[in-house]
Design a protein around this ligand. Structure first.
Ligand code: FAD
Ligand code: S2G
Ligand code: ZN
Length: 480
């Protein structure tokens, strides 16, 4: 990148907005897990949409690729620049403003760099709920949540980021600003363009602001931790909860014993709610907008019904908000705890809910045969059919030997996912980690359409190249 371009970018974003010092850039060049690392000519931190637009237009004119970045908590290497040192990381972390909150319209308008937790808090302060909830909420940003179509623990009641969004403001790859910041729940005026940018992982443009839906605040909740003999019992249990709790079911997370073992071993203060060990657990939560609603009774009725059907091995209903928080900490600690057990080979799959038991049985058998002693951490948002099937090495095995098997082991999981009519990326996206293998599982016409859209929006291929789609071959450049 020329000194002239660096100086021009500095003129656009000001001294606070331009980083070229290698030490100061370092945190922007690797992901949360240090699984990916890259290099950059500069990190640019615009303070306004106009500054984003001017910086993008300058890079576009100079033929310099841009990597948009939010909280850098992504798990597929989507926000990490390549090793060339010629790309510019465009961080939205200075654009955190909450531009508007309209309680009557139940909408909040926020800038892309706003941290998810700050949006949850702003909604709560206005007596509303912004329901996206995930383990990284203290660091991830609304822009990253949109770009990855983030899911998390509330999807079964409120949907993914795609379902929570009414309007977007986007800087296109040539620097034009698309203002689609409408807070309308009905707007049938042609193609719904926002849905192209949601889940595009920064490959079609830079999201600079969004109008998000708000919901009535939840004023009563009840939480239970349940021990089960097998995954099928969890599927049957969610059926009971859906029947008896209806829309008040706001959380339903499955965990294998291995997952809980790691948390008990590595997370201080973690306690097993039961004296005995069980192969599977569910953490479930029922919530209502009605203050003082007796939701313990709803949970106890569902657990009673489940007990009658022989689904339960044990169950405990939280007796206080502190105990409910301790149960959620058992679940939210899994990702971090697994990092203490050597490399965590992550897989974020989804299958039809009814196929989960067959998927787990088939995959665990094949993984154990491929690598005896492998430790399989299975947990996640079972209500959406979404499991995190994360693998740890057999106790005592060497890290590098285990890492060397990653492709083979992933193939076992993804083949089983495909056989169960599922998807190899439920909520984390493709980034650079799955951009190649997706071509083995996704319809080729769908991939052709995706490449045509990428070429339409970003013909120069400068917007987060190498993410979601592998670098286009000459064949890929042909129009549809
Ligand atoms: P980044 O990591 O900065 O970027 C992610 C992608 O979005 C990149 O491709 C980047 O180029 C692009 N991008 C970022 N900002 C913009 C923008 N403004 N415009 C265009 N493109 C942009 N994810 C889930 O869905 N559900 C979970 O339950 C979940 N739990 C997690 C738990 C932990 C402990 C961790 C570390 C991560 C978890 N994640 C989860 C993954 C991650 O938090 C989400 O993918 C999140 O949405 C990423 O947001 P971010 O701001 O960190 O994005
Ligand atoms: C979760 C996050 C990370 C992981 O905890 O729900 O999305 O470790 C995951 O897979
Ligand atoms: Zn998840």
């Amino acid at each position: 990148m020329t000194a002239e371009l660096v100086s021009q970018l500095g003129d656009i974003v000001g001294p606070a907005g331009l980083i070229t010092d290698p030490d100061q850039m370092a945190g922007y060049l690797t992901d949360w897990r240090n699984a990916y690392a890259g290099a950059a000519a500069a990190v640019v931190r615009p303070g306004t949409t106009d500054e984003v637009a001017a910086a993008v237009a300058r890079c576009h004119a100079a033929g310099v690729a841009i990597v948009p970045q939010g909280g850098n908590t992504g798990l597929c290497g989507g926000a990490v620049p390549d090793a060339s040192g010629r790309q510019v990381v465009l961080s939205l972390n200075r654009m955190r403003r909450i531009r508007d909150l309209d309680a009557a319209n139940q909408t909040i308008t926020v800038e892309a760099g706003a941290v998810l937790q700050s949006v949850q808090e702003a909604a709560a302060a206005a007596g509303r709920l912004f329901p996206l909830s995930l383990g990284a909420q203290g660091s991830c940003t609304i822009g990253g949540n949109l770009a990855t179509n983030a899911g998390g623990t509330g999807v079964l009641r409120y949907g993914t980021m795609r379902d929570l969004t009414l309007g977007l403001e986007v800087v296109l790859p040539d620097g034009r600003i698309w203002n689609g910041l409408r807070g309308l729940r009905k707007d049938n005026t042609g193609y719904d363009l926002k849905h192209l940018f949601i889940g595009a992982e920064g490959t079609l443009g830079v999201i600079t602001a969004a109008v998000l839906k708000l919901f009535p605040a939840l004023r009563s909740r009840a939480t239970a931790w349940v021990a089960l003999p097998n995954p099928q019992a969890a599927i049957d249990l969610i059926g009971v909860f859906r029947e008896l709790a209806g829309d008040r079911l706001t959380g339903f997370e499955l965990m294998s014993r291995q997952s809980v073992e790691f948390v008990l071993r590595h997370c201080s203060g973690a306690r097993d709610p039961f004296p005995d060990h069980h192969p599977w657990y569910v953490l479930t939560e029922v919530s209502d907008t009605l203050p003082g609603a007796d939701l313990d009774a709803v949970i106890e009725a569902a657990l009673g019904e489940a007990y009658e059907r022989g689904l339960l091995a044990d169950a405990v209903v939280a007796s206080s908000p502190a105990q409910a928080a301790a149960l959620w900490a058992l679940r939210e600690g899994i990702s971090e705890a697994q990092n203490h057990e050597g490399p965590s080979l992550k897989h974020d799959i989804t299958v039809p809910v009814s196929r989960i038991p067959a998927f787990i049985a088939r995959t665990d058998r094949a993984l154990e045969a491929a690598l005896p002693g492998i430790r399989i951490v299975t947990y996640g948002h079972i209500g959406d059919g979404n499991l995190h099937h994360n693998l740890s090495k057999p106790a005592g095995a060497a890290d590098e030997e285990f890492r060397a098997r990653a492709g083979e082991l992933a193939r076992i999981i993804y083949d089983a996912t495909h056989a169960c009519e599922g998807s190899i990326s439920a909520e984390h996206g493709l980034g650079q980690s799955k951009r190649d293998i997706i071509t083995d599982y996704k319809d080729r016409h769908e991939l052709d359409l995706m490449r045509a859209l990428k070429h339409l929006f970003d013909p120069a291929g400068l917007m987060n190249p190498g993410k979601v789609l592998a670098e286009p071959s000459p064949r890929d450049r042909r129009p549809l």
